[in-house]
Design a protein around this ligand. Sequence first.
Ligand code: PEP
Ligand code: MN
Length: 341
Amino acid sequence: MIVIMKKNATKEQVKQVIERIKKEGLDVNVDQGTEHIVIGLKGDTRGMQDVAFNSLEGVENTVKISKTYKLTSREFHPGNTVVDVDGVKIGDGSFVTMAGPCSIEGLDQIRECARMAKAGGAKILRGGAFKPRTSPYAFQGLEEEGLKYIRQAADEFGMKVITEVMDEGHIDMVAEYSDILQIGARNMQNFKLLSAVGKTGKPIGLKRGISGTIDEWLNAAEYIAVQDKSPVIFIERGIRTYETATRNTFDLSAVPLIKKLSHFPVIVDPSHGTGIWDLVPPMARAGVASGADGMIVEIHPDPANAWSDGPQSLNEKTYMRMMAEVDILVNAMQEIKALDK
Ligand code: PEP
Ligand code: MN
């Protein structure tokens, strides 16, 4: 349930409503909207009578949220949530790039990737140390050794880190080295893992499941949000369809749809979304135009010899060119957003 205050409601009236809600044993989320203050009720409000609030001074209306993903929903929190990754803001209207290899292969490789990523304008370094591979015989990642390398490389170049955590037992270890915890597509509905990472307080990069619907994805975010500690960053990485010409079908309509339904930021992953390196720059451009808050992209100094996902990785030249193109579109998007003002 949310309580919408009148436009001219006083601070005292807002305080009275909050006190009344707390008396019911519930917590609140206060959203300072542009026109109305919206007070969200946190907890089980199923038995609650909205008339209890409608009679208080300064209250315009109360609305029951019918969505199962209440805390994640835009109704509960009308303003955008800006995720602060140790000083790098995601969801504030800027476009943040995360770049790096699919897998961390060694210190020299991840340092070279960090140098490239930074030179193109990326602020966050990606790279997997725990890799979800289809074949048990494929390279599974350098694990803690890899985590140490990516942290060292990111620190050297003044970058933040995003890396995947696959297992509840590794959360503390990954959180020690990483600024964002990535939940991979294969784990979008690993509910125990979602609840556990939600307790860390670190931002969670939540990939869309391989055949995850929008509703399932939003509900997955709710498992994190209900822990009331970690913000979510949605990552659209394509879904499996009957099409086999691309690795996945990159669903860009998810970006404006998630932004309509949720207050959390959304970024795009044109690398896994297409699986083909020369489709990555056009889809990155389209990602900017769709209104995404950023992107995550795979790069490698020598894609032909990458230990994983070489075919979808950009080399330095193609990455730098893509970033120049993305910059042009980011500026154009600023002009488009200014039309709203
Ligand atoms: C990755 O980011 O390298 C990865 C494994 O992605 P996804 O979970 O989207 O397949
Ligand atoms: Mn990959």
